[in-house]
Design a protein around this ligand. Structure first.
Ligand code: GLU
Length: 494
Protein backbone atom coordinates (compact mmCIF):
# COMPACT_ATOMS: atom_id res chain seq x y z
CA UNK A 1 0.00 0.00 0.00
CA UNK A 2 1.13 3.55 -0.73
CA UNK A 3 2.21 5.68 2.18
CA UNK A 4 -0.63 7.71 3.66
CA UNK A 5 -0.01 11.42 3.08
CA UNK A 6 -2.26 14.02 4.68
CA UNK A 7 -1.96 17.75 4.98
CA UNK A 8 -3.06 20.69 7.04
CA UNK A 9 -3.43 23.68 4.75
CA UNK A 10 -4.26 26.83 6.70
CA UNK A 11 -4.80 30.22 5.10
CA UNK A 12 -2.69 32.74 7.03
CA UNK A 13 -5.42 35.31 7.37
CA UNK A 14 -5.63 35.45 11.16
CA UNK A 15 -4.83 33.51 14.29
CA UNK A 16 -4.96 29.74 14.39
CA UNK A 17 -8.56 29.03 15.23
CA UNK A 18 -9.76 26.22 17.51
CA UNK A 19 -11.50 24.57 14.53
CA UNK A 20 -8.26 24.74 12.55
CA UNK A 21 -6.33 23.09 15.34
CA UNK A 22 -8.88 20.30 15.48
CA UNK A 23 -8.38 19.74 11.72
CA UNK A 24 -4.60 19.79 12.13
CA UNK A 25 -4.84 17.37 15.05
CA UNK A 26 -7.02 14.84 13.22
CA UNK A 27 -4.63 14.91 10.27
CA UNK A 28 -1.65 14.52 12.58
CA UNK A 29 -3.19 11.59 14.46
CA UNK A 30 -4.33 9.88 11.30
CA UNK A 31 -0.86 10.11 9.76
CA UNK A 32 0.85 8.84 12.92
CA UNK A 33 -1.65 6.03 13.34
CA UNK A 34 -1.02 4.91 9.76
CA UNK A 35 2.72 5.50 9.77
CA UNK A 36 2.19 8.12 7.14
CA UNK A 37 3.32 11.67 6.53
CA UNK A 38 1.83 14.88 7.85
CA UNK A 39 2.37 17.89 5.60
CA UNK A 40 1.91 21.56 6.39
CA UNK A 41 1.10 23.78 3.45
CA UNK A 42 0.48 27.51 3.70
CA UNK A 43 -2.36 28.63 1.44
CA UNK A 44 -1.52 32.30 1.08
CA UNK A 45 -3.18 33.11 -2.23
CA UNK A 46 -5.52 35.63 -0.67
CA UNK A 47 -3.07 38.50 -1.11
CA UNK A 48 -5.28 41.00 0.67
CA UNK A 49 -5.86 39.06 3.87
CA UNK A 50 -2.73 36.91 4.14
CA UNK A 51 0.01 38.22 6.43
CA UNK A 52 3.48 37.16 7.54
CA UNK A 53 2.43 37.67 11.17
CA UNK A 54 -0.35 35.17 10.73
CA UNK A 55 2.09 32.62 9.28
CA UNK A 56 4.29 33.14 12.34
CA UNK A 57 1.32 32.70 14.68
CA UNK A 58 0.28 29.48 12.93
CA UNK A 59 3.79 28.01 12.99
CA UNK A 60 4.36 28.88 16.62
CA UNK A 61 0.96 27.55 17.68
CA UNK A 62 1.60 24.28 15.84
CA UNK A 63 4.99 23.99 17.55
CA UNK A 64 3.54 24.72 20.97
CA UNK A 65 0.88 22.07 20.37
CA UNK A 66 3.64 19.65 19.30
CA UNK A 67 1.83 18.96 16.04
CA UNK A 68 5.12 18.54 14.24
CA UNK A 69 5.02 18.24 10.49
CA UNK A 70 7.10 15.79 8.45
CA UNK A 71 7.14 18.19 5.52
CA UNK A 72 6.45 21.89 5.26
CA UNK A 73 8.05 25.23 6.13
CA UNK A 74 11.47 24.57 7.63
CA UNK A 75 11.29 20.94 6.57
CA UNK A 76 11.29 21.01 2.80
CA UNK A 77 11.50 17.91 0.63
CA UNK A 78 12.74 18.85 -2.83
CA UNK A 79 10.24 16.67 -4.66
CA UNK A 80 7.28 18.55 -3.18
CA UNK A 81 8.57 21.99 -2.16
CA UNK A 82 7.86 24.85 -1.87
CA UNK A 83 5.10 24.69 0.70
CA UNK A 84 3.83 28.24 0.34
CA UNK A 85 1.35 28.62 -2.49
CA UNK A 86 2.58 32.08 -3.50
CA UNK A 87 6.06 30.62 -3.94
CA UNK A 88 4.56 27.84 -6.02
CA UNK A 89 2.82 30.42 -8.13
CA UNK A 90 6.18 32.14 -8.77
CA UNK A 91 7.43 28.80 -10.08
CA UNK A 92 4.52 28.69 -12.56
CA UNK A 93 3.28 25.44 -11.07
CA UNK A 94 -0.38 26.38 -11.49
CA UNK A 95 0.00 28.06 -14.87
CA UNK A 96 0.93 24.77 -16.48
CA UNK A 97 -2.34 23.11 -15.48
CA UNK A 98 -4.33 26.21 -16.19
CA UNK A 99 -3.03 26.19 -19.75
CA UNK A 100 -3.90 22.53 -20.01
CA UNK A 101 -7.51 23.26 -19.02
CA UNK A 102 -7.67 26.21 -21.44
CA UNK A 103 -6.24 24.12 -24.28
CA UNK A 104 -8.75 21.37 -23.64
CA UNK A 105 -11.52 23.96 -23.62
CA UNK A 106 -12.36 23.06 -20.04
CA UNK A 107 -11.78 26.61 -18.85
CA UNK A 108 -12.27 30.03 -20.42
CA UNK A 109 -11.45 33.69 -19.87
CA UNK A 110 -14.27 35.75 -18.45
CA UNK A 111 -14.28 39.53 -18.93
CA UNK A 112 -17.26 40.38 -16.76
CA UNK A 113 -16.65 42.98 -14.09
CA UNK A 114 -17.40 42.29 -10.42
CA UNK A 115 -20.39 44.64 -10.73
CA UNK A 116 -21.74 42.68 -13.67
CA UNK A 117 -21.35 39.37 -11.85
CA UNK A 118 -23.03 40.79 -8.74
CA UNK A 119 -25.91 42.09 -10.81
CA UNK A 120 -26.47 38.74 -12.52
CA UNK A 121 -26.44 36.95 -9.16
CA UNK A 122 -29.03 39.36 -7.80
CA UNK A 123 -31.16 38.97 -10.89
CA UNK A 124 -31.05 35.17 -10.59
CA UNK A 125 -32.01 35.36 -6.95
CA UNK A 126 -34.91 37.65 -7.77
CA UNK A 127 -36.21 35.03 -10.18
CA UNK A 128 -35.73 32.30 -7.54
CA UNK A 129 -32.74 30.73 -9.33
CA UNK A 130 -29.49 29.84 -7.61
CA UNK A 131 -27.29 32.96 -7.47
CA UNK A 132 -24.62 31.93 -9.89
CA UNK A 133 -22.56 33.29 -12.71
CA UNK A 134 -24.67 32.86 -15.85
CA UNK A 135 -21.87 31.66 -18.13
CA UNK A 136 -22.08 34.55 -20.56
CA UNK A 137 -18.36 34.45 -21.46
CA UNK A 138 -18.41 30.68 -21.95
CA UNK A 139 -19.33 30.90 -25.59
CA UNK A 140 -17.37 33.91 -26.75
CA UNK A 141 -15.73 33.30 -30.11
CA UNK A 142 -12.00 33.73 -30.65
CA UNK A 143 -12.72 37.07 -32.35
CA UNK A 144 -14.93 38.29 -29.52
CA UNK A 145 -12.20 37.46 -27.03
CA UNK A 146 -9.61 39.29 -29.16
CA UNK A 147 -11.92 42.29 -29.29
CA UNK A 148 -12.20 42.35 -25.48
CA UNK A 149 -8.45 42.18 -25.16
CA UNK A 150 -8.04 45.02 -27.63
CA UNK A 151 -10.47 47.04 -25.52
CA UNK A 152 -8.03 46.46 -22.66
CA UNK A 153 -10.38 44.29 -20.62
CA UNK A 154 -8.82 42.03 -18.07
CA UNK A 155 -9.99 38.47 -17.64
CA UNK A 156 -10.30 35.94 -14.89
CA UNK A 157 -10.27 32.26 -15.85
CA UNK A 158 -13.35 30.23 -15.09
CA UNK A 159 -13.70 26.48 -14.99
CA UNK A 160 -16.40 24.92 -17.15
CA UNK A 161 -18.59 22.99 -14.78
CA UNK A 162 -20.62 20.20 -16.35
CA UNK A 163 -24.10 21.63 -16.83
CA UNK A 164 -26.13 18.54 -16.10
CA UNK A 165 -25.91 15.44 -13.94
CA UNK A 166 -24.42 15.31 -10.51
CA UNK A 167 -21.08 15.11 -8.76
CA UNK A 168 -20.76 12.33 -6.25
CA UNK A 169 -18.58 12.53 -3.17
CA UNK A 170 -17.84 9.30 -1.34
CA UNK A 171 -16.91 10.77 2.02
CA UNK A 172 -15.12 8.65 4.60
CA UNK A 173 -17.21 10.15 7.40
CA UNK A 174 -20.49 11.13 5.73
CA UNK A 175 -20.82 8.44 3.11
CA UNK A 176 -22.24 9.29 -0.29
CA UNK A 177 -23.11 12.94 -0.84
CA UNK A 178 -24.52 13.96 -4.19
CA UNK A 179 -24.38 17.48 -5.63
CA UNK A 180 -26.62 18.66 -8.43
CA UNK A 181 -24.29 20.16 -11.06
CA UNK A 182 -26.90 22.60 -12.27
CA UNK A 183 -26.55 24.42 -8.95
CA UNK A 184 -22.81 24.89 -9.39
CA UNK A 185 -21.10 27.89 -10.96
CA UNK A 186 -18.44 28.12 -13.58
CA UNK A 187 -16.17 29.20 -10.76
CA UNK A 188 -13.04 31.32 -11.02
CA UNK A 189 -9.80 29.33 -10.94
CA UNK A 190 -7.36 32.14 -11.71
CA UNK A 191 -7.75 35.79 -10.81
CA UNK A 192 -6.97 38.56 -13.29
CA UNK A 193 -3.54 39.09 -11.70
CA UNK A 194 -2.56 35.48 -12.35
CA UNK A 195 -3.03 34.26 -8.78
CA UNK A 196 -4.90 30.96 -8.57
CA UNK A 197 -7.96 30.67 -6.34
CA UNK A 198 -8.20 28.26 -3.44
CA UNK A 199 -10.21 25.57 -5.21
CA UNK A 200 -7.74 25.32 -8.07
CA UNK A 201 -4.45 25.69 -6.16
CA UNK A 202 -5.61 23.21 -3.55
CA UNK A 203 -6.32 20.51 -6.15
CA UNK A 204 -3.03 21.05 -8.01
CA UNK A 205 -1.07 20.92 -4.76
CA UNK A 206 -2.89 17.95 -3.27
CA UNK A 207 -2.22 16.10 -6.51
CA UNK A 208 1.45 17.09 -6.83
CA UNK A 209 2.12 16.50 -3.13
CA UNK A 210 0.58 13.04 -3.50
CA UNK A 211 -1.97 13.64 -0.78
CA UNK A 212 -3.94 10.45 -0.21
CA UNK A 213 -6.56 11.74 2.27
CA UNK A 214 -8.06 15.20 2.64
CA UNK A 215 -9.40 15.66 6.17
CA UNK A 216 -10.94 19.08 6.67
CA UNK A 217 -13.82 20.91 8.29
CA UNK A 218 -17.27 20.40 6.81
CA UNK A 219 -17.45 24.13 6.04
CA UNK A 220 -15.50 23.07 2.92
CA UNK A 221 -17.97 20.48 1.75
CA UNK A 222 -19.46 22.84 -0.85
CA UNK A 223 -16.00 23.22 -2.38
CA UNK A 224 -15.48 19.50 -2.77
CA UNK A 225 -17.67 18.94 -5.89
CA UNK A 226 -15.78 21.76 -7.60
CA UNK A 227 -12.49 20.15 -6.71
CA UNK A 228 -13.70 16.72 -7.82
CA UNK A 229 -14.56 18.21 -11.21
CA UNK A 230 -11.06 19.65 -11.58
CA UNK A 231 -9.48 16.26 -10.82
CA UNK A 232 -11.77 14.71 -13.38
CA UNK A 233 -11.00 17.36 -16.00
CA UNK A 234 -7.26 16.86 -15.58
CA UNK A 235 -7.63 13.07 -15.52
CA UNK A 236 -6.08 12.78 -12.07
CA UNK A 237 -6.72 10.25 -9.35
CA UNK A 238 -8.44 11.80 -6.37
CA UNK A 239 -7.54 11.63 -2.72
CA UNK A 240 -10.19 10.28 -0.34
CA UNK A 241 -12.15 13.01 1.41
CA UNK A 242 -13.29 13.12 5.03
CA UNK A 243 -15.25 16.14 6.27
CA UNK A 244 -15.12 16.69 10.02
CA UNK A 245 -18.26 17.69 11.84
CA UNK A 246 -18.94 21.25 12.85
CA UNK A 247 -17.97 22.76 16.22
CA UNK A 248 -20.75 24.80 17.80
CA UNK A 249 -20.84 27.38 20.56
CA UNK A 250 -23.13 26.83 23.57
CA UNK A 251 -25.96 28.64 21.76
CA UNK A 252 -25.92 26.18 18.86
CA UNK A 253 -24.34 28.58 16.35
CA UNK A 254 -21.03 27.76 14.66
CA UNK A 255 -18.19 28.50 17.10
CA UNK A 256 -17.00 32.05 16.61
CA UNK A 257 -15.31 34.92 18.42
CA UNK A 258 -18.48 35.98 20.15
CA UNK A 259 -18.43 32.72 22.12
CA UNK A 260 -15.09 33.66 23.73
CA UNK A 261 -11.54 32.80 22.77
CA UNK A 262 -11.22 31.07 19.44
CA UNK A 263 -7.50 31.60 18.89
CA UNK A 264 -5.40 28.80 20.30
CA UNK A 265 -2.72 31.15 21.61
CA UNK A 266 -5.34 32.87 23.79
CA UNK A 267 -5.70 29.53 25.55
CA UNK A 268 -1.96 29.36 25.97
CA UNK A 269 -2.02 32.83 27.54
CA UNK A 270 -4.75 31.74 29.93
CA UNK A 271 -2.50 28.95 31.20
CA UNK A 272 -3.93 25.90 29.48
CA UNK A 273 -1.53 23.05 28.82
CA UNK A 274 -0.91 21.85 25.31
CA UNK A 275 -1.97 18.33 26.34
CA UNK A 276 -5.30 19.56 27.65
CA UNK A 277 -6.20 21.32 24.43
CA UNK A 278 -5.18 18.33 22.35
CA UNK A 279 -7.13 15.94 24.57
CA UNK A 280 -10.16 18.20 24.59
CA UNK A 281 -10.20 18.88 20.85
CA UNK A 282 -9.95 15.25 19.88
CA UNK A 283 -13.27 14.67 21.64
CA UNK A 284 -14.96 17.15 19.30
CA UNK A 285 -15.98 14.80 16.54
CA UNK A 286 -14.25 11.57 17.56
CA UNK A 287 -14.89 9.07 20.34
CA UNK A 288 -13.93 5.59 21.43
CA UNK A 289 -16.54 2.90 21.88
CA UNK A 290 -16.24 3.12 25.66
CA UNK A 291 -16.30 6.96 25.64
CA UNK A 292 -12.86 7.29 27.18
CA UNK A 293 -12.25 10.94 28.10
CA UNK A 294 -8.62 11.24 29.12
CA UNK A 295 -5.82 10.19 26.81
CA UNK A 296 -2.11 10.53 26.48
CA UNK A 297 -0.88 11.50 23.03
CA UNK A 298 0.51 7.97 22.57
CA UNK A 299 -2.93 6.50 23.26
CA UNK A 300 -4.51 8.89 20.80
CA UNK A 301 -2.09 7.90 18.09
CA UNK A 302 -2.81 4.27 18.75
CA UNK A 303 -6.59 4.57 18.96
CA UNK A 304 -7.50 7.24 16.44
CA UNK A 305 -9.54 6.16 13.44
CA UNK A 306 -11.75 7.83 10.87
CA UNK A 307 -14.39 5.13 11.38
CA UNK A 308 -15.12 6.60 14.79
CA UNK A 309 -15.45 10.18 13.60
CA UNK A 310 -19.07 11.31 13.82
CA UNK A 311 -21.24 13.45 11.60
CA UNK A 312 -23.18 15.27 14.28
CA UNK A 313 -21.85 18.62 15.41
CA UNK A 314 -20.20 18.92 18.81
CA UNK A 315 -20.49 21.76 21.27
CA UNK A 316 -17.45 23.53 22.62
CA UNK A 317 -17.64 23.32 26.38
CA UNK A 318 -15.20 25.59 28.21
CA UNK A 319 -16.05 24.08 31.60
CA UNK A 320 -15.00 20.65 30.39
CA UNK A 321 -11.78 22.02 28.92
CA UNK A 322 -11.01 23.67 32.26
CA UNK A 323 -11.67 20.41 34.10
CA UNK A 324 -9.40 18.54 31.71
CA UNK A 325 -6.67 21.12 32.22
CA UNK A 326 -6.81 20.51 35.97
CA UNK A 327 -6.58 16.78 35.34
CA UNK A 328 -3.56 17.21 33.10
CA UNK A 329 -1.89 19.45 35.69
CA UNK A 330 -2.47 16.81 38.37
CA UNK A 331 -0.97 14.15 36.11
CA UNK A 332 2.33 16.07 36.24
CA UNK A 333 4.81 16.13 39.07
CA UNK A 334 4.92 19.41 41.05
CA UNK A 335 8.33 20.06 39.57
CA UNK A 336 6.97 19.68 36.05
CA UNK A 337 4.17 22.09 36.95
CA UNK A 338 6.81 24.53 38.21
CA UNK A 339 8.70 24.29 34.89
CA UNK A 340 5.50 24.80 32.90
CA UNK A 341 4.66 27.77 35.07
CA UNK A 342 8.06 29.35 34.45
CA UNK A 343 7.61 28.84 30.68
CA UNK A 344 4.19 30.39 30.92
CA UNK A 345 5.57 33.43 32.77
CA UNK A 346 8.13 33.88 30.01
CA UNK A 347 5.55 33.46 27.27
CA UNK A 348 3.20 36.02 28.80
CA UNK A 349 6.01 38.42 29.82
CA UNK A 350 5.04 38.04 33.44
CA UNK A 351 8.38 37.03 34.90
CA UNK A 352 8.31 40.07 37.19
CA UNK A 353 5.39 38.47 39.04
CA UNK A 354 7.80 36.15 40.83
CA UNK A 355 10.91 38.30 40.99
CA UNK A 356 12.41 38.13 44.45
CA UNK A 357 10.55 34.91 45.26
CA UNK A 358 12.61 32.06 46.64
CA UNK A 359 12.47 29.43 43.92
CA UNK A 360 12.77 26.44 46.24
CA UNK A 361 9.95 27.75 48.38
CA UNK A 362 7.91 28.32 45.22
CA UNK A 363 8.42 24.73 44.10
CA UNK A 364 7.23 23.48 47.46
CA UNK A 365 4.30 25.90 47.55
CA UNK A 366 3.22 24.61 44.14
CA UNK A 367 3.42 21.07 45.48
CA UNK A 368 1.10 22.08 48.35
CA UNK A 369 -1.44 23.66 45.99
CA UNK A 370 -1.05 21.11 43.21
CA UNK A 371 -4.59 19.74 43.59
CA UNK A 372 -6.21 23.12 43.28
CA UNK A 373 -4.51 24.48 40.18
CA UNK A 374 -6.76 24.51 37.13
CA UNK A 375 -4.85 27.06 35.06
CA UNK A 376 -1.19 28.06 35.22
CA UNK A 377 -2.26 31.67 35.58
CA UNK A 378 -3.90 30.84 38.93
CA UNK A 379 -0.60 29.91 40.57
CA UNK A 380 0.55 33.39 41.67
CA UNK A 381 -2.67 34.13 43.53
CA UNK A 382 -2.64 30.69 45.17
CA UNK A 383 0.86 31.00 46.62
CA UNK A 384 1.80 34.67 46.71
CA UNK A 385 1.19 34.99 50.48
CA UNK A 386 4.23 32.80 51.12
CA UNK A 387 6.51 35.44 49.67
CA UNK A 388 5.21 38.76 50.95
CA UNK A 389 6.82 40.71 53.74
CA UNK A 390 3.50 42.30 54.65
CA UNK A 391 0.60 39.90 54.73
CA UNK A 392 -2.41 41.16 52.82
CA UNK A 393 -5.14 40.63 55.43
CA UNK A 394 -8.46 40.18 53.67
CA UNK A 395 -11.10 42.21 55.42
CA UNK A 396 -13.80 39.56 55.39
CA UNK A 397 -11.37 36.93 56.70
CA UNK A 398 -10.28 39.19 59.57
CA UNK A 399 -13.82 40.24 60.43
CA UNK A 400 -15.09 36.69 60.48
CA UNK A 401 -12.22 34.84 62.09
CA UNK A 402 -10.55 37.35 64.39
CA UNK A 403 -12.88 40.23 65.18
CA UNK A 404 -16.46 38.96 65.14
CA UNK A 405 -18.37 38.83 68.44
CA UNK A 406 -17.93 35.05 68.75
CA UNK A 407 -14.34 34.83 67.52
CA UNK A 408 -12.70 37.67 69.37
CA UNK A 409 -13.30 35.89 72.70
CA UNK A 410 -10.76 33.21 71.84
CA UNK A 411 -8.88 34.46 68.75
CA UNK A 412 -6.59 36.83 70.64
CA UNK A 413 -5.83 34.21 73.29
CA UNK A 414 -5.09 31.56 70.62
CA UNK A 415 -2.67 33.86 68.84
CA UNK A 416 -0.91 35.23 71.90
CA UNK A 417 -0.44 31.82 73.50
CA UNK A 418 0.56 30.19 70.23
CA UNK A 419 3.21 32.82 69.58
CA UNK A 420 4.77 31.92 72.90
CA UNK A 421 4.31 28.17 72.77
CA UNK A 422 5.48 27.78 69.17
CA UNK A 423 8.67 29.59 70.11
CA UNK A 424 9.47 26.68 72.39
CA UNK A 425 8.59 24.07 69.81
CA UNK A 426 11.51 22.11 68.43
CA UNK A 427 9.66 19.88 65.99
CA UNK A 428 8.06 22.12 63.39
CA UNK A 429 6.79 19.34 61.12
CA UNK A 430 3.19 19.42 59.90
CA UNK A 431 2.15 16.39 61.93
CA UNK A 432 3.66 17.73 65.13
CA UNK A 433 2.07 21.15 64.55
CA UNK A 434 -1.30 19.54 64.05
CA UNK A 435 -0.88 17.62 67.29
CA UNK A 436 0.04 20.87 69.01
CA UNK A 437 -3.14 22.59 67.78
CA UNK A 438 -5.40 19.70 68.77
CA UNK A 439 -3.89 19.42 72.24
CA UNK A 440 -4.19 23.15 72.67
CA UNK A 441 -7.91 23.10 71.74
CA UNK A 442 -8.54 20.29 74.18
CA UNK A 443 -6.70 22.02 76.99
CA UNK A 444 -8.67 25.25 76.46
CA UNK A 445 -11.93 23.37 75.89
CA UNK A 446 -12.52 25.05 72.53
CA UNK A 447 -13.16 23.52 69.12
CA UNK A 448 -10.21 22.65 66.90
CA UNK A 449 -11.54 25.08 64.30
CA UNK A 450 -11.29 27.86 66.85
CA UNK A 451 -7.55 27.26 66.91
CA UNK A 452 -7.03 26.48 63.22
CA UNK A 453 -8.94 29.43 61.74
CA UNK A 454 -7.30 32.31 63.63
CA UNK A 455 -3.88 30.80 62.98
CA UNK A 456 -4.59 30.48 59.28
CA UNK A 457 -5.78 34.07 58.95
CA UNK A 458 -2.91 35.44 61.04
CA UNK A 459 -0.37 33.65 58.86
CA UNK A 460 -1.85 33.98 55.39
CA UNK A 461 -4.45 36.75 55.62
CA UNK A 462 -7.16 34.53 54.15
CA UNK A 463 -9.54 31.76 55.07
CA UNK A 464 -8.71 29.53 52.08
CA UNK A 465 -5.41 27.93 51.25
CA UNK A 466 -3.35 24.81 51.48
CA UNK A 467 -3.32 22.52 54.49
CA UNK A 468 -2.60 24.81 57.46
CA UNK A 469 0.10 22.71 59.06
CA UNK A 470 1.97 21.98 55.85
CA UNK A 471 1.85 25.67 55.14
CA UNK A 472 3.30 26.43 58.59
CA UNK A 473 6.01 23.83 58.20
CA UNK A 474 6.98 25.28 54.83
CA UNK A 475 7.03 28.87 56.09
CA UNK A 476 9.20 27.89 59.01
CA UNK A 477 9.08 28.74 62.67
CA UNK A 478 10.53 32.26 62.59
CA UNK A 479 8.25 33.50 59.86
CA UNK A 480 5.14 31.90 61.38
CA UNK A 481 5.79 33.51 64.76
CA UNK A 482 6.64 36.84 63.15
CA UNK A 483 3.34 36.84 61.27
CA UNK A 484 1.32 35.86 64.34
CA UNK A 485 2.86 38.78 66.22
CA UNK A 486 2.14 41.16 63.36
CA UNK A 487 -1.52 40.07 63.47
CA UNK A 488 -1.72 40.48 67.25
CA UNK A 489 -0.32 44.01 67.07
CA UNK A 490 -2.43 44.97 64.11
CA UNK A 491 -5.82 43.73 65.35
CA UNK A 492 -5.65 43.52 69.13
CA UNK A 493 -3.08 46.06 70.33
CA UNK A 494 -4.28 49.17 68.59
N1 GLU B 1 -6.88 26.98 3.10
C1 GLU B 1 -8.09 26.31 3.43
C2 GLU B 1 -8.55 26.80 4.80
O1 GLU B 1 -7.77 27.32 5.56
C3 GLU B 1 -7.84 24.82 3.43
C4 GLU B 1 -9.02 23.99 3.21
C5 GLU B 1 -8.63 22.57 2.86
O2 GLU B 1 -8.16 21.89 3.78
O3 GLU B 1 -8.73 22.19 1.73
O4 GLU B 1 -9.70 26.69 5.13
Amino acid sequence: MDTIRVRFAPSPTGDLHIGGVRTALFNYLYSKNKNGKFILRIEDTDEVRSTKESVEVILSAMKWLKLSWDEGPGNEIREYAPYYQMERKEKHIYKKYLDELLNKDLAYPCYCTTEEVDAMRKEAQKNKFPPKYDGRCRHLSVEQRKQKEVEGKTAVIRFKMPQGGSTVLDDLIRGIVEFDNSLLDDFVIMKANGVPTYNFACVVDDYLMKITHVLRGDDHISNTPKQIQIYTALGWNMPRFAHLSMILGPDGARLSKRHGHTSVLEYRKEGYLQEALINYLVLLGWSTQDSQQIFTIEELIEKFSLERCGVSPSTFDTAKLLWLNGEKIRAKTPLEVYDLFVDWLKYTNNESLISGWDKDLLKQAIALEHDKIRLLKEIPSLVDFFFVKEVDYKEDAVMKTLLSEESKVFAEMVLVESANRLLEKEDFSASSLEQYARDFAEEKKIKTGQVFHPLRVAISGRTQGPSLFHMMELMGKDEVIRRINVAINKFFRK
